[in-house]
Ligand binder design. Structure first.
Ligand SMILES: Nc1nc2c(c(=O)[nH]1)N[C@H]1C(S)=C(S)[C@@H](COP(=O)(O)O)O[C@H]1N2
Ligand SMILES: [Mo]
Length: 210
């Protein structure tokens, strides 16, 4: 270890080297051992008696699930990497939660509904955080509404009690405090996308700012 220290190879740069060698470090990213907190606005207070999850837009019928209903959905575990457009990446995050496909099975989106607006907590803000994602990028085994990270409830500042995780796109798509979905026939811009982020945001293509 002293050798590595003297060569300036700390744990972080060793991880970065390994991830680069495995093709898991997108261009322009550095590996982080810490999990930074990054979001706009305030951390919403969670109240299980008023919390709900709403689905609208181009679905057979609009839906609303209470906290108790959502909590009863079967869970999955996913291990995945996480890439923020501000150039940090974390690796092998163990998430547990409700798979996006588990939610999708309960809905009947119209055939033309190829895009989804993911809605964050609104609180006092009439708009709140939103992010648009093509449905094909959500309808994947590794996309989930996460309840737990590395065996712990997700802390409020990281999006607890429920956050979306879309590991193959930049982390601005991984909406914290997720509260709803709107199915759409065309791609509309969410919060960061309106402010100049790419509509899709593939970290391996460096789709950062359009
Ligand atoms: N509701 C909400 N979700 C959000 C954001 C936000 O501002 N509001 N920021 C996004 C961005 S840019 C990143 S990098 C990740 C950061 O998640 P973390 O704070 O858990 O690391 O959350 C994403 N999800
Ligand atoms: Mo980010």
């Amino acid at each position: 270890m002293l050798d590595k220290y003297l060569r300036g190879e700390d744990e972080r740069s060793l991880l970065e080297k390994k991830m680069r060698a495995e093709g898991r470090l997108p261009p322009g990213q550095s590996a982080s051992l810490k999990w930074p907190v990054l979001h706009e606005g305030e951390v919403p207070r969670f109240d299980p008696t008023t919390w709900d999850f709403r689905v609208g837009g181009l679905v057979a019928e609009p839906l609303r699930w209470t906290w108790a209903e959502f909590e009863a959905f079967p869970r999955v575990e996913v291990r995945s990497d996480f890439h923020c457009v501000t150039r940090w990446s974390t690796f092998d995050n163990l998430w547990e939660g409700v798979g996006f496909r588990e939610v999708l099975r309960r809905l009947s989106p119209a055939p033309e509904a190829r895009f989804v607006m993911v809605l964050g907590h609104r609180g006092q803000d009439p708009h709140g955080y939103t992010t648009n994602v093509p449905l094909v990028d959500l309808d994947r085994e590794d996309v989930l509404f996460a309840r737990r990270n590395r065996g712990q409830e997700i802390p409020p500042e990281h999006g607890g009690p429920l956050r979306l995780v879309v590991p193959h796109l930049y982390a601005w798509k991984s909406c914290k405090w997720a509260r709803g979905l709107v199915f759409m026939d065309e791609d509309r811009a969410g919060y960061w996308e309106r402010l100049g982020c790419y509509r899709r945001g593939d970290p391996f293509q460096e789709e950062r700012f359009s």
